[in-house]
Each structure stands twice: as structure tokens, then as C-alpha cells.
Design a protein around this ligand. Structure first.
Ligand SMILES: *[C@@H]1O[C@H](CO)[C@@H](O)[C@H](O)[C@H]1NC(C)=O
Ligand SMILES: *[C@@H]1O[C@H](CO)[C@@H](O)[C@H](O)[C@H]1NC(C)=O
Ligand SMILES: *[C@@H]1O[C@H](CO)[C@@H](O)[C@H](O)[C@H]1NC(C)=O
Length: 575
């Protein structure tokens, strides 16, 4: 998902997660898990075998004794042998799905087993837990797994089974701790543990995000993000009015808003719009619709999607009053919001409606092109980005976007001719639009995609020269350092620079936190994720950040339980 300049992304701060995942690895958001994925993807064979093994249901432990020995020693049976026999009988009953019978054999096995045979005792409890699990008795499962872990504190299966029991009882934090422990003691080699951890993490992140959103205080994003959002629309219905129009009596209400925008007093905008809106006694004024659209835009920016939707709906439905341009603007904004809410069909429907109203509005194609690219619909994205540029040839962003989409198109079509043209076109772009940050940053993105990391860094640097206030460029450079040179110090330097430029840069905190998880600095990671939370603008992002934080917390607790030495040995053996 390489497009990075969509306002939906910039404002939401959800810059390409794929890059973060590549560089520091957050496939299951369990820092150490990355190492597993990284190592095992190089060794596909092992992974396939491992996958087959883990696809089976979480099993009982059944190292069956040799058949011959079983019959020969029957007369002089020691307690250990007796326990083994009962365990085997239990396992047979379990396999035959006779769970009550299995439980009673495991009871006898536990009774017979000498206290010093800790591993065997642990297995018997774990196996009995499996039988309870089959009967849906979650609390008995938990108790038996706890017992099993008393006898064998590094018992991955017992951790995982207890995690699943907690999950079924909606004790998600405890479930996550156990799933994390299962991953760690299993050296991230067991896909089943990773799958459970990932699943619980998503649920927990969602739960925390929902709780958070209920009591959320409104925070205004950085000035930079607000400006970027507005800049991504060619003609704002209010801000593009000229002086002459502003002198007209009926436009007085807009002058106040324009002044607040000029003075960057963004946190006053919503209230000011509301006051002006309330002066109208009915819905018959276009300016009222414009004010509602403006207020909706700020509701989007602060992440209050419900209020934004209410306003946008009014503007869109009131078509005779709103007029085409205002409606199209509202439709595109609603489409972007629906995209953030993962409502893909509704998003595309709004774009289609907008095209029907005004097929000559470049904003529609520009934004839809970016979204189609995110969906990997390269052919359609190409049609849109070509059209956006055709309709707005002075716009360097549209030019850069078109070049980048052509690159993707050429890459899919394996056309070296097209790819060569793209490079030429970008170079022309640097001269035609020397002040356009995106020309340089999208070219850097292209270089990244084709693994030309050194040159990519050079072009990110050029982009920074054009726009020194763009913080995310530094996050990208930091990621490059991690990905390309594995240079953590240098990477962190860039990311901290991004925070220096814009202390509301969510992408920077998210990246920094992930790096800290990777390095085992869990407490610090948690603190950093806490800073990213109020900066998240969408539910999806919020869920993601909470998941990262929850994963770090679970790892911290698990490390305490398993012991620092175990954790550091573990980290060393994996790196
Ligand atoms: C800031 O940089 C990012 C790349 O890191 C780019 O996608 C974005 O369009 C830039 N923003 C502006 C306003 O130039
Ligand atoms: C769109 O532009 C074309 C060509 O410039 C023009 O013929 C057409 O009337 C325009 N359509 C609308 C709805 O403005
Ligand atoms: C290659 O390009 C053509 C258009 O020139 C397009 O229709 C086709 O789908 C492309 N092929 C692939 C594999 O994308």
C-alpha cells in the first residue's frame, strides 16, 4: 500500500503499515514474533511442516510407551508405570471421544504418579484439561492448566490451552498474557500460538478502542495535518472565495471562518461554525450548507465521525440548496471517511455519485485514484490518476501520483519501456514542480519499492528540503535505516527528528514504540504508544495502537513471570 499522500492517510497518520511491518516487523504485533516470521520465511520448508503440525487441533500429550514393555512388566508395576498406564488409557478414551472416561483415567494417573515426576504430572493435568475443554468446562480447563504450569512452568501447550479458555470467558487480558507466554516458550515456532495471540490481540485492541472512544476528548490534529487535508481539495467552497465576493452582505458569516483559518485558530472553528449555522432559521441558504460542510470537515479532522456524517448527509441530501460543487466536495469527504471505516462499497458509491454530478472535478479522480491504488486495483487507479492530472495540470501532486501509478502499472505489466518512461517523467516533474514535496517523496517511494535504498534516502532528503515541516519524511528515512542498514541508532535519530518537527506525528510514535518493543524496552514502548493513542483519528488506527500497547504489556508481564534470564537468552538465540 505504497501511496502515502492521501489525506485519509496523512491526517489519520496511518502511513503505510506494510513498511513498518517490513522494517521492524509487526505481523502479530508481538515484537519477538517478527524474528520468527523473518527467519522462517527464509526457510519455507520448515514453515510448511510446522504449519501442518499446528493445523491439527491442540493435542493431548501422548508419548505412548513401547508396546512390548507395557506387557512385560505388568507384574511388578512401579507407581510411575501405573501412572503411565492410566495416562495411556486416558489418551485412548480421549481419542475415542469418551471424555468422561478419559477424565477418570487421568484422575487415576495423577493419583498414581510420584510427585517427583513433574513432567508427567504436568502432562496428566494438561491432558485432563483437554478433556474438560472438549466438554466445554472452561473453569476446569483453567484450573488444570494452572496445575500443569506449576509442575512445568515452560509448558507451551498448557499456556495456549488456558489462553483459549480465558478467551472463551472474555478474559482477554489474561488470554493475551498466556498466548504470549505460549509464543515465547515455544520460540515462536508454533503457528497455533501465534494465531491465538493475534486473534486475542485484535479483540482486545478493539475493546480498548471502543472504551476509549466513549470518553474521548476532542483533540485537534497538528496544523500541518489540517493544512495538508485542505490542500488536497482544489477549490474549497469557503476558502476559495475572492475578496469581492466576501464583501457581499450574505457572505459576512463566512468571513469570520476564513479569518480563523488564516490565523490557524483551528480549535475555535467548530464552535464558530455552529454559532453561524444557528443564526439561520431554515435550511434555505447555500452558505448554511457551506458552513455545515466546513464543520463536518473539522469533525472529520478531530475524528468525530458520527457528527461529521450528520452534517455531510444534510449537505448531500439538500441538493437544490447546496449546489453541485458543495455536494461533490461533501461526497468526496464522506467517501474518504467511509474508506477509513472500511466501508469499501459505500465509499466507491459516493465517488460514483460525485462523478455523476460533476464529471470534470479533479478532486474526485485524485482521491479515488489513491484509494484504488490502496486496493491494488492498478488499472482503474491509472485511469483515475491520468484523468485527475488532465483536469488539473498545474498540480504537482496529481502529476507525481500519475507517475507513481504508471510505475506500478508498468511493474505489473512487466513493461521495461513503461518503467523507463516513468523515470524520465519523474525527472521532468522535478523541474516542472520544483516546490512539490510529493514529486520527490513518491519517487523515493518508488526507489524503496525497488530496493534502491541509498538513492531512496537521497530523494527523501530532497523532499525534506522542499518541505522541511513534513515530519513523516523523517519517519520514512528512519525506517530506511532500519530496513536497509539495520542501523537502529541512526533510525531512531531520524524518528526523533520527526517528533521534534511535529510532536503530534502519530506515525513517528507508532514506529518508535515498535522499535522499542523489538529492542526489549517494553516499558518505554508502552509509554510511547500511550502518546500515540490520543493522536489516532480512526477506529482502525486506534485499535492498531491499542493492540501494539497491549502486546507490549503482555510481554512485560510474561517476562516477569518467565524470568529475565530466560527472556534475554531467548532474544539472543533469535537475533
Ligand atoms: C509528507 O511526506 C509524505 C511522505 O513521507 C508524503 O506522502 C506527503 O504527501 C507529504 N506531505 C505533504 C503535505 O507534502
Ligand atoms: C466537462 O468538460 C467537457 C470538456 O471540457 C465539457 O464538454 C462538458 O460540458 C463538461 N461537463 C460538465 C458537466 O461540466
Ligand atoms: C497490461 O496493460 C493493459 C493495457 O495496456 C491492460 O489492459 C492489462 O490488464 C495489463 N496487464 C496486466 C497483467 O496488468
Amino acid at each position: 500500500m505504497p501511496v502515502t499522500n492521501s489525506p485519509a492517510n496523512v491526517v489519520g497518520g496511518s502511513l503505510p503499515k506494510w513498511q513498518l511491518a517490513l522494517a521492524v516487523g509487526a505481523p502479530v504485533a508481538l515484537g519477538l514474533g517478527y524474528m520468527y516470521y523473518k527467519n522462517s520465511s527464509q526457510d519455507k520448508k520448515t514453515k510448511d511442516i510446522d504449519k501442518k503440525r499446528s493445523d491439527k487441533q491442540l493435542s493431548i500429550d501422548d508419548d505412548l510407551p513401547e508396546k512390548s514393555s507395557k506387557t512385560s512388566i505388568e507384574k511388578t508395576e512401579t507407581p510411575a508405570e501405573k501412572a503411565l498406564k492410566f495416562k495411556t488409557l486416558g489418551n485412548e478414551a480421549y481419542s475415542a471421544k469418551k471424555y468422561d472416561e478419559a477424565i477418570s483415567f487421568y484422575n487415576q494417573a495423577i493419583e498414581a504418579c510420584p510427585i517427583e515426576n513433574k513432567d508427567e504430572l504436568a502432562k496428566n493435568y494438561q491432558n485432563r484439561a483437554a478433556a474438560y475443554e472438549a466438554l466445554g468446562k472452561h473453569s476446569a480447563v483453567r484450573d488444570d492448566c494452572t496445575k500443569a504450569l506449576e509442575y512445568n512452568p515452560k509448558y507451551a501447550k498448557a499456556f495456549l490451552r488456558r489462553a483459549k479458555a480465558y478467551e472463551l470467558e472474555n478474559e482477554l487480558e489474561l488470554a493475551l498474557e498466556d498466548a504470549t507466554a505460549a509464543c515465547i516458550v515455544g520460540h515462536f515456532q508454533n503457528t497455533a500460538s501465534l494465531v491465538v495471540a493475534d486473534r486475542v490481540l485484535k479483540q482486545l485492541g478493539q475493546q480498548h478502542a471502543d472504551e476509549y472512544l466513549k470518553n474521548k476528548k476532542i483533540t485537534i490534529p497538528s496544523t500541518y495535518h489540517i493544512k495538508t487535508y485542505f490542500r488536497s481539495f482544489k477549490n474549497d467552497p469557503i476558502l476559495s472565495l475572492d475578496d469581492e465576493e466576501l464583501l457581499k452582505e450574505e457572505n459576512k458569516c463566512l468571513v469570520r471562518i476564513i479569518k480563523l483559518m488564516k490565523d490557524e485558530l483551528y480549535d475555535e472553528v467548530i464552535d464558530a461554525c455552529t454559532e453561524e449555522i444557528e443564526k439561520y432559521t431554515d435550511d434555505n441558504s447555500q452558505n448554511k450548507m457551506k458552513l455545515m460542510l466546513h464543520r463536518a470537515t473539522f469533525y472529520i479532522l478531530v475524528g468525530d465521525h458520527k457528527k461529521a456524517l450528520d452534517d455531510l448527509e444534510k449537505v448531500i441530501d439538500n441538493y437544490q440548496i447546496s449546489g453541485d460543487d458543495v455536494r461533490v466536495n461533501a461526497l468526496v469527504k464522506r467517501a474518504l471517511m467511509r474508506m477509513q471505516q472500511e466501508k469499501r462499497d459505500e465509499c466507491l458509491k459516493d465517488f460514483d455519485t460525485a462523478v455523476k454530478i460533476n464529471p470534470n472535478c479533479s478532486d474526485i479522480y485524485h482521491h479515488r485514484g489513491q484509494i484504488l491504488l490502496l486496493f491494488e486495483k492498478i488499472n482503474e487507479a491509472k485511469v483515475d490518476s491520468d484523468k485527475a492530472f488532465e483536469l488539473d495540470p498545474n498540480n504537482g501532486v496529481a502529476y507525481a501520483q500519475k507517475c507513481y501509478v504508471n510505475y506500478r502499472f508498468g511493474a505489473i505489466n512487466r513493461s521495461s519501456e513503461m518503467l523507463a518512461n516513468v523515470i524520465d517523467d519523474f525527472e521532468k516533474g522535478f523541474e516542472l514542480y520544483p516546490n512539490c514535496c510529493e514529486c520527490f517523496s513518491l519517487y523515493a517511494q518508488l526507489l524503496c519499492d525497488s530496493q534502491a535504498f541509498g538513492k531512496a534516502d537521497e530523494y527523501f532528503e530532497k523532499a525534506s528540503k522542499v518541505d522541511p515541516t513534513n515530519a513523516t519524511l523523517y519517519v520514512h528515512r528512519g525506517l530506511l535505516q532500519l530496513q536497509w542498514q539495520a542501523n537502529i541508532e541512526k533510525g531512531l535519530e531520524f524518528i526523533n527528528k520527526a517528533i521534534e518537527i511535529d510532536d503530534k506525528c502519530e506515525f513517528a510514535y507508532e514506529t518508535l514504540g515498535t522499535v522499542e518493543v523489538q529492542r526489549g524496552n517494553l516499558l518505554n514502548a508502552i509509554k510511547i504508544f500511550d502518546k500515540a493513542i490520543p493522536l489516532s483519528r480512526t477506529n482502525i488506527e486506534l485499535t492498531h495502537i491499542f493492540s501494539l500497547r497491549d502486546a507490549a504489556r503482555a510481554q512485560l508481564k510474561t517476562s516477569d513471570k518467565l524470568g529475565a534470564k530466560f527472556m534475554s537468552d531467548m532474544r539472543n538465540s533469535m537475533s
